[in-house]
Ligand binder design. Sequence first.
Ligand SMILES: Nc1ncnc2c1ncn2[C@@H]1O[C@H](COP(=O)(O)OP(=O)(O)OP(=O)(O)O)[C@@H](O)[C@H]1O
Length: 607
Amino acid sequence: MAQAQKVDSKDPVPLSATLKRLYPFVKPILPRLFCGFLCALGAGIVALVIPQVLAWLVNSVLHRDGVSSEVWISVAIVAALGFVEAFLIFMRRQFVLTPAAGLETKMRIRFYKHLQRLPVAFHERWGSGQLLSRSMSDLSLLRRWLAFGAMMLVVETVTVITGLVLMFTHSWILGLLYFLGSIPIAIKAYRFRNEYRAASRLSQDQAGDLATAVEESVHGIRVIKAFGRGPHIYEGFNSQAKSLQETEIAKAKTLASFLLTVVAVPETILGLGLIIGIAQVANGTLSVGALVAYFAIAAVIAGPVEGMGMLLGMTLSTKTALDRHFEVMDATNDIVSPEDPSSPEHRDGSVELHHVRFAYPDTAGTHRPILADINLQIRPGETMALVGITGSGKSTLLNLIPRLHETTAGEVLVHGQNVKDWDLDQLRTEIAVAFEDTTLFSTTIRDNVLLGAPASLTEDERQALLDEALDVAQAHFAYSLPQGVDTLIGEEGLSLSGGQRQRIALARAIAARPSVLVLDDPLSALDVRTEELVTEKLREVLTGTTTLIVAHRPSTVMLADRVALLRDGRIDAVGSHTHLLSTNEHYRFVIASLDDEELTTAGEASR
Ligand SMILES: Nc1ncnc2c1ncn2[C@@H]1O[C@H](COP(=O)(O)OP(=O)(O)OP(=O)(O)O)[C@@H](O)[C@H]1O
């Protein structure tokens, strides 16, 4: 999982490289952004013209006791300019808001699609909060920067430069004085950039970790409450939240120190300018109007100068957000369809594993592979139980069949064809899986069960399939829920009991009408009577469907035609339950431990 770590102040990705990657997304909306930019620039220029009118008012009208009509005309011009400025600001928003929001949505959808494509191994490494914050807050920041930050940074830079030029036209000494003030600001800005970027990266990563913590504690609320671990979890959250707070404060301090320079230097220069300007007016080298205009310009550009500091901060945070976004987008998926996928010659329903080896990516090279050399043939239409001690790699082996993980070596064949040669979507349509930890979606029972149902079915066929799957899985309880099978089952199906969730997940696997069914201990949460009923029904539907079923209970083993015993990363023996019982000591040991587990579970349940 990606954890927030202190970041080197030297940026590994230059701003230009990040902007280059953003360019293809921005390109289609550039004309509208440009129009918005022109409006913003126009508003900035109009704001600068107002001091010119003031100078003219002081020099030409008030100075020579101008008639009141001229005063009124000047006032009308200032008011009209104010109106034009407001209108241009309004137009800027009109031009940029919609395309920026559109770009945010487009990038978010692309990000989501990419997450769906990334392999299970990626999701096992990354915290959900990190992905959540990258898809939500990071992209919102980008929208705000595009719609406001980026163009205002340019506009305010242009406004400040234009203001400086105008100052020079009124008095070159005062203009030069103001210009010299930009030197310490530039030096400070250089240092600020590195410090702020590092703090910004750390705070965005920490916010992602915090989101993961919230997600995990909400998800695991039952466990936390049951174990009375609320205060402990709270402590952990508290310390994470405090770390984020400290980073935010450090970030704000860095910005505040930069803004101090950005505000204090021009103000000091203005004080000096006042002394020099008054002296110039006294000796007649500067008009009163020019001095008024100088101060009015300084007042107008004081906002943009300060704003540039804030906008620089916003730009750096957005760059960090983009880097975080592209980090995920750069993650590659090596479990993909081949360029030229082939379909198997006969869909005979066989599943074979030849010399299959597998080690989890993070342990590869340093640990013994979980699966060392698996050889297994499951005949067409056969139900095979997979048995082994806990942690022996049964679930891992199942994941290799629909290519949720990739074999490190060896081959897995479905219908006689290597799974790597299949079109991935087609392969996963052929195979349905029910996992040990059932995952349901916060939608209706109907949608959950029919998740993998063939899309070509009519409404009546879908209903018939739903009824059949619920019947096989003994999930008739669904009909007596308030809205029957159209009842919303709450986030992750937590409004259902463990056994009910498991039956819905089993019904979902059955409704996918697969030719290969992979079941990871699908009956573990059922009581003995329900398991018996499900087993009976499963026997009927499993005829003709090749099934590999992980068994943790002797009753599940009874479902199978043959049993494969997994031991030390190899298939130790294959045969009927009775044959293995009489010939294999390790099998007797495993079955005895399964019996113990069952007795313990039954004992716990009856207590
Ligand atoms: N994502 C993973 N990354 C690294 N190691 C893993 C991962 N998932 C499982 N393992 C390890 O692989 C081994 C086999 O796990 P697996 O879940 O396949 O066993 P299992 O036989 O299904 O166990 P159980 O009967 O308890 O369900 C275990 O030692 C486990 O710690």
